[in-house]
Ligand binder design. Structure first.
Ligand SMILES: [Zn+2]
Length: 288
């Protein structure tokens, strides 16, 4: 179908307004308003060892970075994004103030032109966090509060919405994690940061997603049975360091995920992982 559309678009281009009658097979896409687009969403799950760094090339041309790993991995993230040819990032999300998520952000913000920064209203006295706040201030940027209900983008076939955090105060930092859903055409991606079962339970919005960035590096504190049933993923991505001291991912989480999909990818085994979608189909490429 995609090829036919491309050919058709080409014919329209070369023939101006001439009417073209082509027989296009009646595919099941007539059930969907959305048709596969040439504009792809490309989601990069960058291997930063034990941590998260997710870069997304949105189909509208915008870019988004969700976390940037530990501070000592910042060059990995910066090189990766520069190699893709970008000098600016439209949206930067720091899911929560733990160093394996926001550690690399200060260097990223000093390197790229950043338009918007979102972080949850969480307090941390860590040097890494204070350094990040200082960097943001020095760059003259404001922090937009990330919380459930915040709409980052809402265009025709592209929506980005935050589903968590839902409460103002948590005893553990992980539950402050911004949970983000990106929907492009018929395909959805769910980024869960390190949100644990408590936060998963608080989310009342539709969490169903084709691609799940598994919460908290595959720890058994996240990915509760109820939540996973609601997400019902076809692809699961775990961002995790080889031989990490936390024993992430937990074997129980892997077992649970396997009940839903055999498409489980891990940065410790696969290196950086790229998931591409035209809004209907999904394609995965891995470094290893
Ligand atoms: Zn983490």
């Amino acid at each position: 179908m995609k090829k036919i559309i491309i050919v058709l678009m080409f014919l329209v281009l070369i023939s101006g307004c001439a009417k073209i009658n082509l027989d296009i097979p009646n595919s099941n896409s007539s059930n969907n308003e959305f048709e596969a687009s040439e504009d792809e969403l490309v989601a990069h799950f960058i291997d930063v060892g034990q941590g998260d760094a997710n870069f997304i090339e949105l189909p509208n041309g915008d870019t988004m970075l969700i976390d940037a790993g530990e501070a000592y991995e910042s060059d990995t993230v910066i090189d990766y994004i520069e190699n893709l040819g970008y000098t600016d990032i439209d949206y930067v999300i720091g899911t929560h103030p733990h160093t394996d998520h926001i550690g690399g952000l200060a260097d990223v913000i000093n390197t790229f032109d950043v338009a918007f920064i979102y972080m949850p209203k969480a307090v941390s006295t860590s040097k890494t966090y204070e350094n990040l706040l200082e960097t943001i201030k020095n760059k003259g940027l404001n922090i937009h509060t990330g919380a459930s209900g915040v709409e980052v983008l809402n265009e025709d076939n592209l929506a980005i919405e935050m589903l968590a955090p839902n409460a103002e105060k948590y005893s553990g930092m992980n539950n402050y994690s911004i949970v983000l859903k990106i929907t492009y055409g018929n395909i959805s991606f769910l980024y869960t940061g390190d949100a644990e079962a408590l936060s998963e339970k608080e989310i009342t919005s539709d969490v169903s997603a084709d691609v799940l960035k598994v919460g908290h590096h595959g720890s058994d504190t996240s990915t509760s049975n109820e939540f996973l049933a609601r997400v019902n993923p076809s692809y699961a991505i775990i961002s995790v360091g080889a031989n990490n001291s936390y024993n992430h991912p937990s074997s129980s989480t892997i077992k649970k995920l396997e009940e839903y999909t055999n498409n489980i990818y891990r940065t410790d085994l696969n290196g950086s992982i790229i998931v591409k979608s035209d809004g209907i189909n999904i394609e995965v490429e891995t470094e290893k």
